[in-house]
Design a protein around this ligand. Structure first.
Ligand code: GLA
Length: 519
């Protein structure tokens, strides 16, 4: 076939997919994103270094340590770190710090980065003790893009792209496998069907995952971390091997493979173990796994997935969890994001360093359809709403786990995912979830206190037309002179007395940080 014919065909098919009507894509409300000109809010990163990432990082003394300094700017960059404990070493060209976590204590580091265009420096506190995930976990999970099509090759590709796309340079670091890496008693794909365990009871990955240790090694070599999934039930939610009565054996297997994160998904557990009646029944499988994970020779971040049952936000931390889903799957009904966020923020007082409420993943770019389990499609969500989505998750201190197709990331999607000033709000060491104040039926503000005494404010508009939404300094109990910085556009808007009124696009956001001024 001639090149031009092939091109026309590819163009036609692409356009046909991009212009698929909303009714087919599953929501009737908003115009397809592809018909809209998507305004890019955030300027491109500068060529000179900008060090990003959390200000605090938790680890357990004596366990393996791995931290890749998130830093934007042209490569090569030369890194130096002052105050590094003796048990750790830095690779000055990659910015990867590795070794064994130091003895109990707080270690104040000064990180420096230099390239041909300039330099930057940033403080980081390593807190060696008994707490992990001092800031919300950030990374990628395969679920909403690939469902039961996930393979080792796709996981490696996601890790490559996390680095190449610049996502890792703003702090994304977990590369997490969800369900369907194990064998299933039955599945459409024969390569995923086989014995669930070997004769010693060890869980067996399916043939799309030939070598788990090599996979985590590949991810770790990039300075990134690896996550895995299982269920306390006999089978996972998608019908793959669960961990029932093999809890300790599986957890040790995951650690020996090198995993750093475990999503533990309730699924049909109570059908096997008996209906959950008491609080103890709700807690049991998670307390059991939480205790096992603490006894391992690796730090493993523990992600509870039980859809908010038994008011998990009240006890998730106590049973060893670091984050927990507060509701059912976000699925493909993405017009629910405002409602889900408002509900999630009702549990705001339970959000704190090491203990995070999780309203589910960030689904933008190319995502799948949970109910159809089909190939991924470009999200129909309007551009303004995508910025609102990321703002809400940041203001709520929710885990920032992207779950779209990494191989199809475009400039717009990366712009939404990778603004370091917005992410800094999410990663703020106070760990507060913002407070919601409703202005009217359509508009609300979300206000989050930050560690330096400043506040982040999201002005949200759920309506179909632009709206003016205000915040008064008196109501926020701040002094009457505030420097207002627009975080999405990374621009100071000036000093405002008494209040700020934002013109918020339909279904969108204006997100600012306000800092008190005495002069
Ligand atoms: C449940 C979880 C999802 C995903 C699937 C996998 O629905 O809530 O996040 O892990 O199971 O089967």
């Amino acid at each position: 076939m001639k090149k031009s014919v092939v091109f026309s065909l590819v163009y036609f098919v692409t356009m046909a997919v991009m212009l698929t009507p909303m009714s087919i894509l599953g929501t009737e409300k908003s115009p397809p994103a592809s018909q809209e000109k998507k305004e890019i809010y955030t300027p491109a990163p500068k060529a000179s270094p900008r060090i990003n990432g959390p200000l605090v990082y938790g680890c357990t003394p004596g366990k393996p340590f791995l931290y890749r300094i998130p830093c934007q700017g042209n490569r090569p960059v030369r890194f130096t770190v002052k105050g590094l404990p003796k048990t750790l070493k830095l690779d000055p060209s990659t910015g990867i710090i590795s070794g064994k976590s130091p003895a109990k204590g707080t270690y104040a580091l000064t990180i420096k980065a230099k390239n041909s265009k300039g330099k930057d420096s940033r403080e980081l506190k390593i807190i060696a003790g008994d707490k992990l995930a001092l800031t919300p976990p950030m990374g990628w999970n395969h679920w909403y893009a690939h469902y039961d099509r996930i393979t080792d090759v796709m996981m490696r590709e996601a890790a490559d792209i996390m680095i190449k796309s610049g996502m890792a340079d703003v702090g994304y670091n977990y590369v997490n496998i969800d369900d369907c890496w194990m064998n299933a008693p039955k599945n459409n794909d024969p390569k995923r069907v086989g014995p669930l365990r070997d004769d010693k009871g060890n869980i067996l990955p399916n043939s799309h995952f030939p070598d788990m240790k090599a996979l985590t090694g590949y991810i770790h070599d990039k300075g990134l971390k690896a996550g895995i999934y299982t269920s306390p039930s006999t089978l996972s939610c998608s019908g793959f091997a669960g961990t029932w009565q093999h809890e300790e054996q599986d957890a040790r297997q995951f650690a020996s493979w090198g995993f750093d994160f475990l999503k533990y998904d309730l699924c049909t557990y109570h059908r096997i173990a008996g209906k959950a009646i008491s609080l103890e029944d709700h807690q049991k499988p998670f307390r059991q796994m939480g205790t096992i994970l603490k006894s391992l020779d690796r730090d493993v971040v523990f992600n509870l997935c039980q859809y908010g049952r038994g008011e998990v936000w009240k006890w998730g931390g106590e049973v060893g969890g670091h984050c927990w889903r507060t509701s059912r799957d976000l699925g493909f009904e993405l017009d629910r994001i405002f409602e889900v966020a408002i509900k999630n923020s009702e549990y705001r007082t339970y959000s704190k360093p090491g203990e995070w409420n999780d309203p589910d993943y960030i689904q933008i770019g190319w995502i799948g359809n949970a109910s159809k389990m089909g190939n991924s499609e470009l999200t129909p969500m309007p551009a303004a709403m995508q910025y609102a989505y990321m703002s809400l998750w940041s203001l709520m201190a929710a885990p920032l786990i992207y779950s779209g197709d990494m191989s199809k990331l475009d400039e717009f999607t990366l712009n939404v995912l990778c603004n370091p000033e917005v992410i800094e709000v999410n990663q703020d060491p106070l760990g507060e979830c913002g407070t919601v104040i409703h202005r009217n039926e359509k508009c609300f503000v979300m206000i989050k206190n930050l560690v330096d005494g400043s506040k982040a404010i999201g002005f949200f508009n759920r309506g179909e037309k632009e709206a003016a939404v205000s915040a008064e300094w008196k109501e926020l109990q701040v002094s009457d002179k505030q420097l207002v910085r627009d975080l999405w556009h990374q621009k100071d808007l000036g000093i405002f007395r008494e209040k700020y009124i934002a013109n918020v696009p339909a279904q969108g956001v204006v997100m600012v940080r306000i800092t008190g001024k005495t002069k």
